[in-house]
Design a protein around this ligand. Structure first.
Ligand code: PBG
Ligand code: ZN
Length: 326
């Protein structure tokens, strides 16, 4: 009888040693919590397809921000659900809109949190498309000045990172130019450089009321089979001045996260989207999986693939679980 001399198990037998040799470490500071902001006060509208998440008025966002800050969450990403929608999405650059007010309130109440503003028009247009529509499709070039104007509005309110999620060609350069013209040289651009036309956005569109009234987003968002194209998109955005690039969704596209991380000269973010949350919560609710463990495993997987920053609806839970695991 011979015994194996080499036993990888030896390093796995004790918690402290397992922690010491862990190759990937998640820290709450890497996590960014997306929130949906509405007008009013004391508003907490539950989002059916996103258990634990609500459309929140600014006062409620402020409470959540304090909680997030206290457990070390890195940042908060703001989406607006406006009272008024029109053809061009003009509420997106209303300085009195829910997002600018939330940004200012959070700057005050939870200054440690990095303030991220999503920049897109689909929550603000009456037709739910990511820019003005001409001939049934989004008019790329007409949307650029509008996106830039929205980005400047958020920077003026105190956003430190603007994150264009529209996928129009040339928007990073357009936004950089306007930010600089307005004096916001230090505002960071994290572009949703690699954003797929994904069915995983379904719950988000309920939350933000942003489902397109006709057609879909396949003329501007990426086609799921493609990865070479992802590298092209990421490098193009870096050339245009992106300080960080994002891949979205995250879980179903870990190979893309890895491929982008290998060539990107800037930090890489990945967005674990609403549908990824919904799947985990639904299975957890039925007792089919251990929800908390699946949450942490999904996030470690995204970090292991190469993401530096993870945008996730689980940010608050994960930060608490990370705290509890030490
Ligand atoms: C808006 C936007 C979307 C998401 C982030 N920004 C939806 C979309 O493109 O329809 C999705 C986020 C999520 O599903 O959690 N352009
Ligand atoms: Zn959009």
């Amino acid at each position: 009888m011979t015994f194996p001399a080499v036993r990888p198990r030896r390093l796995r037998m004790r918690d402290a040693l397992r922690r010491a040799v862990a190759e990937t470490r998640l820290h709450p500071s890497q996590l960014v919590l997306p929130v949906f902001v509405v007008d009013g006060e004391g508003v907490r509208n539950p989002i059916g397809s996103m258990p634990g998440h609500f459309q929140l008025s600014v006062d409620q966002v402020t409470l959540l921000a304090k909680e997030a800050e206290s457990v070390g969450v890195g940042g908060m990403l703001f989406f607006g659900v406006p009272a008024h929608k029109d053809e061009t999405g003009s509420s997106a650059w209303d300085p009195a809109g829910p997002v600018p007010r939330a940004i200012a309130a959070v700057a005050d109440a939870a200054p440690e949190l990095v303030r991220w503003a999503d920049v897109c028009l689909c929550e603000y247009t009456s037709h739910g498309h990511c820019g003005p529509v001409r001939g049934g499709v989004v008019d790329n070039d007409a949307s650029l000045p509008l996106l830039a104007r929205a980005a400047v509005t958020y920077a003026e309110a105190g956003a430190e990172v603007v994150a264009p999620s529209d996928m129009m060609d040339g928007r990073v350069a357009a936004i950089r130019a306007e930010l600089d013209r307005a004096g916001f040289h230090d505002a960071v651009i994290c572009s949703y450089a690699v954003k797929y036309a994904s069915a995983y956005y379904g719950p988000f569109r309920d939350a933000a009321g942003s489902a397109p009234a006709f057609g879909d987003r396949r003329t501007h968002q990426m086609d799921p089979p493609n990865v070479r194209e992802a590298l092209r998109e990421a490098l193009l955005d870096v050339e245009e001045g992106a300080d960080m690039v994002m891949v979205k969704p995250a879980g179903p596209y870990l190979d893309v996260v890895r491929a982008v991380a290998e060539v990107s000269p800037v930090p890489v973010a990945a967005y674990q989207v609403s549908g990824e949350l919904a799947l985990i919560e639904a299975a957890g609710e039925r007792g089919w999986v251990d929800r908390d463990r699946v949450v942490m495993e999904s996030l470690v997987g995204i970090a292991r693939a190469g993401a530096d920053v993870v945008l996730t609806y689980f940010a608050l839970d994960a930060a608490r679980l990370l705290e509890g695991s030490r």
